[in-house]
Design a protein around this ligand. Structure first.
Ligand code: PNS
Length: 161
C-alpha cells in the first residue's frame, strides 16, 4: 500500500492545505495528515482543536486519516512504515526552507522521499497566519478556510455575535 504523510502545524487548516490533501488522496492509497505537537511556535488552537477541524474538513475523503506526532517526522514515518512525505509549495519563498527539511529528512532516512506538489494558484498567497491576521481584524475569510474553521476563528476573535 502506498502511504503518504502530509505533515504540518495546521493552525488552522486552510483551503490551500485541503487542496494538497485532496490531490494527495487521489494519488496515494492512504494519506495520513499529521499535526505537529512540538514546534516552538505559539499555536492559536490546541492540538485537539487542530485535529478536530482537520477531521471534519477531510470527512469526505475516505482514504485520509488524521493523527499527531511529537519529535522527528522521520521517526513517525518509520513508525507508520510510510515512505513518502507530501509538501505543498506555494512560491519560491517556500523553497529554501522546504529543501533544507527535505535534505535533512533524507540524510536521516534514505528510504523516505519528500514529494512536492505545487499549490493551486488560487491559494498561492494563502497561509494560516495570514488568514488569522485577516480574521482578527474583521476582514472576510470566506472561501479561504472550511466553513467550520471560519466559524471557529470568528468565535475566537469574538466577531459576529
Ligand atoms: O505547517 P508547518 O509549520 O510549515 O509544518 C512544519 C513541520 C511540522 C512539517 C516541520 O516543522 C516538521 O517536520 N517538524 C518536526 C520536527 C522535525 O522532524 N524536524 C526535522 C526536519 S528537518
Amino acid at each position: 500500500m502506498r502511504i503518504a504523510v502530509c505533515p504540518g502545524s495546521f493552525d488552522p487548516v486552510t483551503n490551500g492545505h485541503l487542496d494538497i490533501i485532496t490531490r494527495a488522496s487521489k494519488t496515494f492509497d492512504k494519506v495520513i495528515v499529521v499535526v505537529s505537537r512540538n514546534s516552538s511556535k505559539n499555536y492559536m488552537f490546541t492540538i485537539e482543536e487542530r485535529m478536530e477541524m482537520l477531521k471534519v474538513s477531510c470527512a469526505g475523503l475516505d482514504n485520509v486519516e488524521v493523527d499527531c506526532f511529537t519529535g522527528l517526522l522521520i521517526d513517525y514515518m518509520t513508525l507508520k512504515n510510510a515512505h513518502v512525505i507530501i509538501k505543498g509549495l506555494r512560491a519560491v519563498s517556500d523553497f529554501e526552507y522546504e529543501m533544507q527539511m527535505a535534505l535533512m529528512n533524507r540524510k536521516l532516512n534514505q528510504d523516505v522521499e519528500t514529494v512536492f506538489m505545487m499549490t493551486n494558484s488560487k491559494y498561492s498567497y494563502l497561509s494560516s497566519s495570514i488568514v488569522k491576521e485577516v480574521a482578527k481584524n474583521g476582514g472576510c475569510i470566506k472561501g479561504l478556510v472550511p466553513d467550520l474553521v471560519g466559524e471557529e476563528l470568528l468565535k475566537r476573535f469574538n466577531i459576529g455575535g
